[in-house]
Design a protein around this ligand. Structure first.
Ligand SMILES: [Zn+2]
Ligand SMILES: [Zn+2]
Length: 223
């Protein structure tokens, strides 16, 4: 097996990406630990989070939405290759451990993922967030609950709506019917863009009793 990025033979084939390419991946310097957006680090969290606190507590991303992860995510969505999924999940786990070392975050009690609407699931055949979450749950030795949340309607015509309307729609999109008292949760997604989706999900998880929500994603889009 060869490295997905540079095509060099791999020493550990199940890793998918060689150590040199991992070293060369763009890293996120100086980001707010809560929202994952650029921040001077002069205060613990950025001014955006201080002004309007997100419902989640911590956001960890491997990189911004740029090359080469952008290309790899595209591959992940359209060609369902298990070795690529594992390689990307491994990068996420490494990013999580790095944050654990720097910020002392604790291991979550359980793991879930952003659900895909069933029509999209049916047309694509899989949920990429679920595929990434599965190995991460195994490596962290935690239970994975892919169906903790239900997604109600397809968010397809969102682009034509005003920002306010979009946020309102997203807030009504998810529901959770589980008792999560005193549970800390790790929520997995592939890309976080506006943060509206993970915010709506985190609101629901906390409404059900969750004490802490960590979000782990491959890419955080810098707005
Ligand atoms: Zn390589
Ligand atoms: Zn922030």
């Amino acid at each position: 097996m060869r490295c997905i990025l540079c095509n060099m033979p791999l020493f550990l084939s199940h890793h998918g990406i060689c150590s040199q390419c991992i070293k060369n991946l763009p890293t996120q310097n100086k980001v707010c630990p809560q929202c994952g957006l650029p921040h001077s680090l002069s205060t613990p969290i950025c001014y955006r989070c201080r002004e309007q606190k997100p419902s989640w507590d911590e956001l960890i991303a491997v990189s911004n939405y740029i090359h080469p992860l952008k290309k790899l995510i595209h591959h992940l969505k359209f060609y369902h290759k298990i070795e690529l999924t594992h390689a990307l999940a491994r990068l996420m786990l490494l990013a999580w451990y790095k944050r654990r070392v720097t910020n002392g975050i604790s291991k979550p009690d359980l793991i879930t993922c952003v659900p895909l609407h069933h029509i999209r699931y049916w047309s694509r055949g899989f949920n990429q967030a679920e595929q990434l979450a599965k190995p991460i749950a195994k490596w962290l030795n935690r239970m994975f609950y892919p169906h903790l949340l239900q997604r109600k309607q397809i968010a397809s015509d969102q682009k034509s709506l005003s920002l306010e309307k979009r946020v309102q729609n997203v807030e009504k999109l998810f529901s959770c019917y589980h008792h999560l008292s005193n549970r800390s949760i790790l929520l997995i997604d592939d890309i976080v863009t506006t943060g509206n989706t993970i915010n709506a999900i985190s609101q629901q998880l906390k409404r059900c009793g969750a004490t802490n929500v960590q979000v782990l994603c491959l890419c955080r889009t810098v707005l």
